[in-house]
Unconditional design. Structure first.
Length: 438
């Protein structure tokens, strides 16, 4: 049985408290900022992810990720045309709706825009004040090698002897090291050498570590090796890896000797264990659609969601089928469906110069065929969308969608192939006849 399409809906989840940023109030009881790099350190890159948005460098990200358990925050800095220091990642102007680089704009114009249409771009003085209010924050500041940024930072921090936040300056590559080291000495801060964007060899990194007093060396995961970590450990300098978000990568790199990580969204595990609310998006009480996607959606655009035959060629989110035999199948990974939800199937296929045919079927785990194989013929160069909504009052442990060509001569392009949940079924809906036998 088929029904008109409905909008997808989220799975019903128990209501959990949202991640809330802390408001004003006394911070006298807070411990001081962490003294050094401890193994397992996590640094929230650009303030950390907030509501699925990275690179915001916002006050909201600082507050939210502090509540999630982060204490170290990497913050990007830029100087406006009127010499105001703002928290912004160079190259993200489009995401903030800015038509020019920050360095060519007055601070008033920069502040008038919002990053990802949501988060105000803060002055660094405001973010520093918020970090001081929280009381136990370490700010890792990236000057990007800009003399203007370094001068603005020197003016601000040099006149702020009462700051509570610990400051760590970050040098991007050996060419920036001497200048950042001089600034760090004048301001009484610590320093990290970040060689993530450099092809410098291990020996030169070790030489720099011996010449400069460094808190840590940061490097990207592609450049990291266990031998570099061993070399740095012998020199007494921790190694941080930039940027890691997946648990399996955290584990693998830790085994190989990494001491800590820059991350967008990997939440400190001890906080997860103590309080499940930190897993929610900031300000939300339920899991977001993106967080539930693994249980609600299979999309051809996501490589891990579909298995492709050898005759398939992927270009971005589009898959071409050429010279496929009758046994070749494009198959979705099994999608669990809760009771009372229909299964939604969306396919968009384009034929080649001579037209073509394809078939589509649905099979559910442990219950056999859900939708019998349906053959569809397309005229030359015809592009057609096929939509089905299949009732599943009893739900399913897993549904697989399968699509194949009818003949090796068929040349087809799959522009879309998605299997997802539809809206809840109306009360009293009956099980389809073909789905009653187990």
């Amino acid at each position: 049985m088929f029904r008109p399409l409905f909008l997808g809906a989220l799975l019903a989840f128990a209501c959990l408290p949202a991640c809330k940023s802390e408001g004003g109030g006394s911070t006298a009881a807070r411990p001081p900022a962490p003294a050094g790099v401890q193994r397992g350190l996590l640094i929230a890159r650009a303030g950390g992810s907030i509501d699925g948005v990275d690179h915001s460098n916002s006050l909201e990200a600082l507050r939210c990720n502090h509540a999630r358990g982060f204490r170290w925050f990497e913050i990007d800095l830029e100087v406006t045309a009127d010499n105001e220091l703002v928290c912004f990642h160079e190259g993200d102007e489009k995401a903030a709706g800015l038509k020019q680089e920050v360095t060519y704009l007055p601070v008033a114009q920069v502040e008038s825009q919002k990053f990802a249409d949501r988060f105000a771009i803060p002055r660094f003085s405001a973010l520093l004040a918020e970090a001081d209010r929280l009381g136990d924050v370490v700010l890792v500041l990236d000057t990007g090698g800009s003399q203007e940024v370094e001068q603005a930072l020197s003016r601000l921090l040099g006149s702020n002897s009462a700051r509570k936040s610990r400051i760590v300056l970050q040098a991007r590559g050996l060419e920036e090291l001497a200048g950042v080291a001089e600034l760090s000495k004048s301001l009484g801060t610590d320093m990290i050498l970040n060689v993530s964007q450099s092809d410098v060899d291990d020996a030169k990194i070790e030489e720099a570590v011996k010449q400069q007093r460094l808190l840590a060396v940061a490097i990207n995961s592609k450049r990291f090796t266990p031998w570099l970590a061993e070399r740095m450990r012998a020199a007494g300098t921790p190694v941080l890896v930039h940027t890691v978000n997946d648990h399996k990568d955290i584990v693998s790199l830790s085994r190989a000797g990494a001491d800590g990580f820059y991350t967008d969204r990997y939440v400190p595990f001890e906080r997860i264990s103590a309080d499940a609310k930190v897993l929610m998006e900031c300000g939300k009480e339920r899991p977001s659609e993106a967080q539930l996607r693994a249980w609600t959606d299979r999309d051809l655009a996501q490589r891990r969601d579909f298995k492709l035959p050898k005759c398939a060629k992927r270009t971005g989110s589009v898959v071409q089928l050429t010279g496929c035999d009758e046994g070749a199948t494009v198959q979705s990974n099994a999608l669990p469906v809760p009771g009372g939800r229909p299964l939604r199937v969306d396919v968009e296929v384009e034929a080649g110069e001579t037209g073509g045919s394809f078939w589509l079927e649905l099979v559910q785990k442990g219950r056999g065929v859900l939708k019998q194989r349906e053959s569809i013929t397309l005229a030359p160069k015809e592009r057609r969308a096929v939509h089905h909504d299949v009732d599943l009052p009893k739900g399913s442990q897993g549904v697989e969608a399968r699509l194949g060509v009818s003949s090796p001569k068929d040349r087809l392009t799959l522009h879309r192939f998605r299997v997802s949940h539809g809206e809840s079924l109306p009360a009293g809906a009956e099980e389809p006849a073909e789905d009653t036998e187990e």
